[in-house]
Design a protein around this ligand. Structure first.
Ligand code: 4AD
Ligand code: MG
Length: 481
């Protein structure tokens, strides 16, 4: 009877030496002498390779020539204790079958290729040590997230990817249509008529599931979404993708302080999960990619995140400028913070993660809870901090190396205040009538946030470019594979 395949991750834990085993995987390297060859085999189940010892007396020259880097093998042999392979176990080969030959044009043959080169061969880069490690960590982070929310009583809630509404109001949506783009029906003013399009109206890929998430939270109490999100922003940065995965918890009866507590607890749980479940891969990345990775991950667990208002943050940045700090972009009260500002606060000033809250109304979305206004046109926010103009309870988490990792807020639950803001922004609410009903029928205080999954993976892996933490990145002018 045939022996069942043993995954390498399981094999390397075994100590029942002498057993016959079958391993299958791809050749990483082959080296050896005239009498014996050592083949490092990897099957993706772990960063570690198993060493296959092939006695050349037993195998033909022809077969041994076929065993090149990248080739796929099935090996039957005896599991023996190893002295020189770096692992406790190796396999003394009895039978070797080449399942798939690998030509010498295999793009992942050479070690030390640049990440840019690997992106051009993203279909094969998954077979490298680095991408194997990143993808296993990515999987583990997804498990951490589902486990966290499940254990805390949140329901996994599925929001649509195709939508007729624009949650963030930033207008950077990808259109969804079945119409012939070269022959669009238009009215007298030249506006496209959608009545004969698939959905009978203009539709796009969602930029966020939040608005539907609020419907879930105000019925089920606490929900989270975890799905793909699309943004047609022309941002060619190491932090932006056109298609990324977002986790959006939304919770009824949660206030600003509790929102911050949740953001902090959740991120720490994910980081701890990585340290507990991805030790081998993290050690590899710590050695090969970023020597301070493990220190940084452990650091996040130890520290309490700083909590401060945008106004206090601006004051710190202004003070730094006075003391000679130079930034590329301005940061006066009212400006959107650039990544350089966020990173200054986190990496240089506080040297720990920062939860920033109470942003100027003008730079945040319409749905956020408005802070109490003062007669002079200012507002009062978190811990009684006064701001010179109107502010909202937008509550973001800023992280070392990353900048904004979470964007969240307490939501405006008051119908009249929400409508006032919609009016000031002159927003067209035709397709959001259902959202407003949450504030008309049993409105409740609630809050939530969005975590960019790839930004979390960037932090946890120490990788530098967001294109290298998702299998097949979508960015401007790039949709290959
Ligand atoms: O700050 P954002 O735009 O917030 C929202 O979409 C809210 N509706 C979330 C909510 O409150 N439910 O996006 C949330 C997070 C950001 O903090 C960032 O981590 C990530 O999503 N993100 C991106 N990640 C990769 N590529 C992009 N283009 C991203 N845009 C946002
Ligand atoms: Mg944001």
């Amino acid at each position: 009877m045939d022996i069942k395949r043993t995954r390498i991750v399981d094999l390397l834990k075994r100590t029942d030496y002498g057993q016959e085993v079958v391993v299958k995987g791809w050749v990483r390297t082959k080296r050896g002498s005239k009498s014996v060859n050592f083949i490092a085999l990897n099957d993706g189940s772990t960063i570690k390779n198993v060493q296959i010892v092939a006695d050349l007396e037993k195998f033909s020259d022809e077969l041994m020539k076929q065993i090149t880097t990248g080739a796929c093998l099935s090996v039957k042999g005896t599991m023996v204790e190893s002295i020189g392979s770096g692992q406790a176990v190796e396999v003394q080969a009895k039978e070797i079958e080449v399942l798939g030959l690998c030509g010498d044009d295999y793009p992942m043959q050479k070690k030390g290729q640049t990440f840019e080169y690997m992106r051009q061969h993203a279909h094969m880069r998954l077979r490298t040590n680095t991408f194997g490690a990143v993808m296993r960590i990515r999987h583990n982070m997804a498990m951490a997230i589902h486990t966290y929310f499940h254990e805390h009583g949140f329901f996994y809630f599925h929001t649509p990817l195709i939508t007729a509404s624009d949650c963030e109001g930033a207008g950077n949506m990808f259109q969804v249509t079945t119409k012939n783009l070269y022959d669009l029906k238009k009215d007298d003013q030249g506006k496209i008529i959608y009545d004969d399009d698939f959905f009978g109206q203009q539709t796009s890929l969602t930029v966020s599931g939040q608005l539907e998430g609020e419907l879930g939270a105000t019925a089920l109490g606490a929900i989270y979404t975890f799905g793909p999100t699309f943004r047609a922003e022309n941002s060619n940065t190491p932090r932006h993708l056109a298609e990324f995965w977002m986790i959006e918890p939304e919770i009824a009866f949660l206030d600003q302080e509790e929102l911050m507590d949740l953001e902090e607890d959740f991120i720490k749980y994910c980081v701890k999960w990585a340290l507990d479940h991805c030790q081998d891969d993290l050690e590899f990345l710590n050695n090969m990619i970023d020597k301070t990775l493990l220190e940084r991950l452990n650091g996040v667990l130890k520290e309490s995140f700083v909590r401060l208002t945008y106004t206090e943050g601006i004051n710190i940045l202004q003070e730094a400028i006075k003391n000679g700090k130079k930034f590329e972009f301005p940061c006066n009260w009212g400006d959107d913070l650039a990544s350089e500002h966020e990173r200054f606060l986190v990496e240089e000033h506080f040297r720990k993660p920062v939860i920033m809250t109470d942003y100027p109304t003008a730079i945040k979305s319409f749905y956020m809870k408005q802070n109490e206004a003062t007669p002079d046109g200012g507002s009062i926010g978190y811990h009684g901090v006064k701001a010179p103009a109107s502010t909202m309870q937008g509550t973001d988490v800023l992280f070392p190396q990353i900048g904004e990792i979470i964007g969240g807020s307490v939501r405006e639950a008051d119908y009249d205040k929400l409508m006032g803001e919609i009016g000031r922004r002159q927003m067209d609410m035709t397709h959001l009538w259902w959202y407003l009903d949450t504030r008309r029928w049993g409105s409740c205080p609630h809050a939530g946030f969005g975590l960019g999954f790839e930004r979390l993976i960037l932090f946890v892996t120490g990788m530098q470019n967001i294109r290298d933490v998702i299998p097949f990145p979508r960015t401007p002018r790039s949709a290959e594979f």
